[in-house]
Structures are given as C-alpha cells and as structure tokens.
Ligand binder design. Structure first.
Ligand code: HDE
Length: 704
C-alpha cells in the first residue's frame, strides 16, 4: 500500500489509483480463469437442467444476488465529487488544524450532497433539507464536516432523531408518500414539537428547493470549537458560501422535474464538472471568544439557533473547488462514510446535545450499512496519511499487518505503535471543565422556540414570503387531520400574525383574530436569498426555440454572446437532427420538445425567422415552453418575428417591443423587432443573472 504524506491535492487521487481497474480483454472468473461462454448455462443436454458444477454461473449469480447494501437510513440519495480545499491565509491564531495553516497546501476533499428523506432512487427535486458533507483528507487525518444546507435543525437533542425521522419518512402501514413531508405523521409530530419551528420556516422556504447543489449554502449547524497551538479555545460556526450565489427552483417546477428528470441536481453537478464549470464554495467561520459564550439571547449549544451574521460576521477562511467526478458511484459515493466525530487536532466538539447524539450514531450506522468495522479501509474512506494501531481482523480485512505484536504496551515491537502525549500532532481533547448531576431535562436556555423563526420570516422578501405561505398551503392541505392543521396555525401565530392568517386562509381552518404572543421586528438581511450573488450567468442553461426557417444570424449572435458570458445555449426543436435556416444554413438540434422542457432551463430565447415562427405557433409544446418559463419567473428573450411567438402564447402583462428598433425589457422579458442582437443579448444576460423575476403582474393567470 502506497502511503503519502505529500502536501498536494493529488494525494487522494494517487492513493485511489491502485484500486482502479480498466475492463480487461479476456473475461475471467474472480479466480482469474478465462471463460469461453457467459450466455449459456452448463446444462445436461440441450433442454436439460443446469448443473451445479457450473462455477461460472454460480459465481456470477451469487455476486449479483449480493450486490445491494442497505441504503442510508437518512440521506440515502446523494451525489459525490472530488476536489480540493485551500486556505486563504493561516488560521494559526485560532486553530492548529494542519489544513488551515498554509495557503500553498491544497487538501484533497470528497463531497457528498444529498436529499434527506427520499429513498435512494427518489427524485432530486423535492422539498427537503440537503446534506452537504465534506471529507478533508488532511495531513493529520480525516476531518469530516457533515453539514446541511440549512443552519439549524428540527430538534435540540439527539434522542429525538429516531422519532423525527420516523415521522417524516413514508408512513409505515402503506409506505407513502415518497420523499415528502406532506403527510399527517410529519405535521403531527412537528405540531407537537415547538422547538422545530425555526427549522420549519427554512424547510417551507425556497432554501428547500435548490436550483443546483452548486448554488446552495452549507452549514456545520452545531457550534464547534477551534483550538490553537497555545490551547486557547473559541466557539465557531462554519459556513459554505457558493460562488455562484444561492438560487432556487419554484414548487411547480420542482414537481414537474421530479417526473421529467428525477436526476436533475445530480446531472447538473456531473455535467458542470465535465464541462469544466467547477463548483466553488468559500468556507467561512463565525468566531466567538470563549468568554462571550453567554452574551447572546440564545444558547450557543442550541442547534435550533443561528448566530445572525450581522451580530458575528462570517469571516472567509478558504476556497473549495470540486473538479473531478467519481469513477464509480458505488465504490465512492455510496461507500463513503462520514462522521461528525472525525475531527483532527485543532477542532473539537461542544456539548450541543444534538451533536453529542450524532457522535454515537454515525459509526453505528456504518457498521450495519458497510458490513463491519473495516469500512475505514475502503479506498474512499482511507486517510492519506498512514493509520497505525492494534485493531485487527473483522469481516473483509484488507491490511496485512506484519509481525507478532498486536497489543500495547509491548516490548517485542519496540513499543510501537506508540501513543505520545508530547507529540504536538496528536489529538488532545479540549480540557473543558464539566460537572453536574445526572439529569434528563432540557436546559432553560433552550426554551425560546419562536424568536428566530420570526427573525427568518421578517427577513424574507415579499416573494419569499409568498412562497412560504403557499408551501404551507400545500403541505398542510395534504394533512387530513384538521386538528394538526389548527395546531400549526397556532404555532405560526406565535411567529407572525400575518403568516398565521395567510396560512389559515388556504387550509380550511379559522384565521386567528389576535397575535398569540410577543413578536419582534428585527431582521437579518443575510437570510434572504434575494440578497445573493446576481452578477453571473456562468453555467446557466438557455433554450433556443427554433425549427426550419429560423434566422441563423440571430441565433449565432445570441449563442456566442451567451457562451462568452459562460452560459450554455442549446437548440430545442420538434425533432432531433439538422435544422435549415431561412438562408440555407444548417444547425444541429440539441434537445427536442419530448426530451426536454422549459423546467430544465434557466431562460428561453426565441429567434426570428418567418417560417420558423409560423410553424412554432402551431406547436403547443413551444407555446407551453414560453408560458411555463414566464410563470416560473425566468428570463425570456425574443427577436424579430420571435416576438410573435410570445404574442401567441398566454403570457400577459409583459410589454413587448413594437415594430421599431426599440428594445423592450420588462421584468425579464427582453424583446426587439429590429434592434441589435448584441444589445438584446446584454440585457437578456443581465436578466438571467437576476435568476427570477417575481414581480410579473398577473403571472398567476398563465395556464402552465
Ligand atoms: Fe445526520 N445522519 N444525524 N445530520 N447526516 C446520517 O449517517 C444523525 C444531523 C447529515 O452523505 C446517518 O452515514 C443523528 C444534522 C448528513 O453520507 C446517520 C442526528 C446534520 C448525512 C445520521 C443527525 C446531519 C447524515 C445516515 C441527530 C447537519 C449524510 C447514514 C442527533 C449538521 C452523509 C450515515 C453522507 C447522515 C444520524 C442530525 C447531516 C443515521 C442521530 C444536525 C449530511 O448516522
């Protein structure tokens, strides 16, 4: 086994290399015996029974019979990617963690993004939390930052996790619904768990519908500790900030995508990396001095609370780049085993009772999922520095430990491997003073369940509030028991009277007449996705609707402008094959109305061409493309006769260009009859960068 103590991003890749295998020329058994026929079993006579001695049949079938392992009990569906992490400047003042010291070092990482509730084969686009787990292969061992795309959690104590997960998973008698919280069990549980209210606001918000794994934030959730060389400890909260900003899908889109492309987020990640649009995230840290532990109006150990960024700014630490897709889904993405307890010197836990519960659960679950204690030897899980200890044997042991000694202390092996308390690279637990009586009781400091839910609500833009209200309408209207719906409205009334009234209107329970309690009007701008990065169209997908007779010059100019800005333009038409433009030029079709839909694109462009537009006007699919994109708030551009297609659609309330050379840009609908494509493309690109245009009047009237 090659052992590396190198300091470059390649070292995990190099470690994986000896395990990789190309398909060989000759088919053999697992014993290396060449096989002459793998299509016919060995039988007694042409029409006779199969013989037991057919070792090739037996081996092939047995292996197949054992191909499946249990899926993760939560986060079953995920997608992985390799990459590296690089610190901007030394964090030595705050932590001795080796990978946070030297800006010249690129630490290899493997990231797995996931949904939480759905089974392994469920759709990507569902209303759910997303897992964001990162394995850092550092010089001092493996560090796992096993986070989510939301900074808080449903429950405060790990002991409630089995109840939470039972309630949200499909109901046990009929195993419905799949990958959805919209059922009685979940809302029953939640309505009886006020501590979940802050998290529920996040789950009902657009954060639960990410446009891409590349466009969502990540959070360590718990407060952890960083400890420097001098032993000084500070509290930290960790954040991942996507370079492309945070963007979401809309609910109607999410549901349609779940049918049209259940792999939507997985495909997006895979294709972006294949195309060289490497996802980038900035690691950020909120640092709280140990002596400031009690200066907040919430408890730092309570995982249902954030530290508002305006209170403690997020300091950028370094950058993660995901630049390589896995070679094999099962070997890497499925077998990777994360654990919040995988920490390295300089990083330590706190007494957050949710974190404490997690510290038990992860190894326990790996033991059943991966079949025994040697899962740390699976290539994706190995540290890049060497692991040495006296742990031995167990199912599927791979390491051949040499020598007679497997115990400590020993003299026969020179005392090795040796634990050394003076070794600065050794992990030492932070010597926190702990004393108390054994007690089963939630701390009084964990009892405020509504203030930060209110903070979240207050921080939303009007569009985001609308989305939360309609998400609650959907989720709770799926709940049959009216008493549960009523309890949820009562909780919402503690968060915001306005929210409670609006939710009640849609779910058939009486609107509360009075606010339930003391709320506040504080807000935190960092919570709203409206304030995110909106200056790039990098890797965004634009559909160009065309059919024979299209205007070639317009398409080429627009395509080039989009590509120059980093977007990915695709020709969508009725049939696959080659299109012919009005002036006889040829162009290949990328997608058809059957193999794609507007929900798979970020924006739509309709070029001119009399004949093309006349034909498209007769195509319900083309009109539907426009209606749907409009309804979903996407940027739409049309030039020349293309404007006629917009007119023929059902979109209402958007100003379209007249016959002159003017460009009309109305809430993301950019049109011109005779204006320059260069100018239109710039306005179109700016509109795409906005991600969505929520203020379209009357968009609800569009039947899509
Ligand atoms: Fe997990 N969680 N979790 N979790 N979690 C698992 O471990 C658990 C929690 C998170 O891509 C399981 O290997 C308990 C918070 C991610 O492989 C399991 C509690 C956060 C992943 C488990 C929590 C997470 C998991 C299932 C409450 C965000 C996927 C399979 C005490 C900070 C990792 C597995 C991957 C996976 C237990 C709460 C994130 C059962 C008991 C809070 C991203 O061990």
């Amino acid at each position: 086994m090659v052992e590396h103590n190198g300091r470059n991003e390649q070292r995990k890749d190099e470690q994986l290399e000896p395990f990789r295998r190309e398909s060989g020329e000759h088919l053999t058994t697992n014993q290396g015996v060449r096989i002459d026929d793998t299509d016919n079993s060995l039988t007694a006579g042409e029409r006779g029974p199969t013989l037991m001695e057919d070792f090739h049949f037996r081996e092939k079938m047995t292996h197949f019979d054992h191909e499946r392992i249990p899926e993760r009990v939560v986060h079953a569906r995920g997608s992985g990617a390799h990459g590296y992490f690089q610190v901007y400047e030394s964090m030595a003042e705050y932590t001795k963690a080796k990978f946070l010291q030297d800006p010249a070092v690129k630490t290899p990482v493997f990231v797995r993004f996931s949904t939480v509730v759905g089974f392994r084969g469920s759709a990507d686009t569902v209303r759910d939390v997303r897992g964001f787990a990162t394995k850092f292969y550092t010089e001092d061992g493996v560090y796992d930052l096993v986070g989510n795309n939301m900074p808080v959690f449903f429950i405060q104590d790990g002991i409630k996790f089995p109840d939470l997960v039972h309630s949200i998973k499909p109901e046990p008698h009929n195993e419905m619904p799949q990958a959805s919280a919209a059922h009685d069990n979940f809302w029953d549980f939640i309505s009886l768990m006020p501590e979940s209210m802050h998290m529920i606001m996040w789950v009902l918000s657009d954060r639960a519908l990410p446009r891409s794994y590349r466009m969502m934030e990540g959070f360590g959730v718990h407060t952890f500790r960083w400890i420097n060389e001098q032993g000084k400890a500070r509290f930290v909260k960790l954040h991942w900030k996507p370079k492309l900003g945070m963007h979401s899908l809309v609910w109607d889109e999410v549901q349609k995508l779940a049918g049209k492309d259940p792999d939507y987020n997985r495909r997006d990640l895979w294709e972006a990396i294949e195309m060289g649009d490497y996802p980038e995230f900035e690691l950020g840290v909120q640092i709280v001095e140990a002596e400031d532990e009690h200066k907040f109006d919430f408890d730092l150990l309570d995982p249902t609370k954030i530290i508002p960024e305006e209170m403690v700014p997020v300091r950028p630490v370094g950058k993660m780049v995901l630049n390589r897709n896995p070679d094999n889904f099962f070997a890497e993405t499925e077998q990777v085993a994360f654990h919040p307890g995988h920490v390295v010197p300089g990083i330590d836990f706190t007494n957050d009772p949710l974190l404490q519960g997690r510290l038990f659960s992860y190894t326990d679950t790996q033991l059943i999922r991966l079949g025994g204690p040697n899962f740390t030897e699976i290539p994706i899980n190995r540290p890049v520095n060497a692991a040495h200890n006296n742990q031995r044997d167990g199912y599927m042991r791979q390491t051949i430990d040499k020598g007679a000694v497997n115990y400590s202390p020993n003299s026969r092996g020179g005392g090795c491997p040796m634990a050394n308390p003076d070794n600065l690279r050794a992990y030492t637990h932070y010597a926190e003073k702990v004393e108390g009586q054994k007690i089963r009781k939630r701390s009084e400091s964990f009892k405020d369940h509504y203030s930060q839910a209110t903070l979240f609500w207050n921080s939303m833009s009007e569009a985001e509030k609308d989305h939360i209200v309609s998400a609650a309408h959907f989720e709770l209207a799926k709940v049959n028991d009216k008493a549960i719906r009523q309890r949820m409205v009562d909780h919402f009334n503690q968060i915001s009277h306005d929210l409670a009234q609006r939710v009640a209107q849609g779910i058939g329970v009486p609107e509360p007449t009075e606010p339930a309690g003391q709320t506040h009007d504080r807000s935190s701008p960092a919570l709203s996705m409206e304030n995110t990065v909106k200056d790039t169209v990098k890797s965004r997908k634009v559909a160009i609707l065309a059919i024979d007779g299209f205007d070639h010059t317009q398409v080429m100019e627009m395509k080039q402008a989009l590509q120059k800005a980093g977007a990915n333009a695709q020709i969508v038409s009725k049939f696959s094959g080659t299109l012919h433009s009005a002036d006889g030029q040829e162009m290949e079709v990328d997608k058809t109305f059957l193999t794609s839909a507007s929900v798979m694109f970020d924006a739509i462009y309709v070029p001119g061409g009399q004949q093309s537009i006349e034909t498209l006007k007769q195509q319900g699919d083309a009109l539907h493309f426009i209606n749907e994109a409009f309804r979903h708030g996407k940027a739409i551009a049309a030039t020349g006769e293309g404007v006629e297609l917009l007119k023929a659609s059902d979109i209402v309330g958007a100003e379209l260009a007249d016959q002159d050379g003017r460009i009309s840009a109305d809430n993301g609908v950019v049109t011109t009859r005779q204006g320059s494509i260069a100018d239109v493309s710039q306005q179109f690109i700016a509109a795409i960068a906005q991600h969505r245009h929520w203020n379209r009047m009357q968009k609800e009237r569009v039947p899509a």
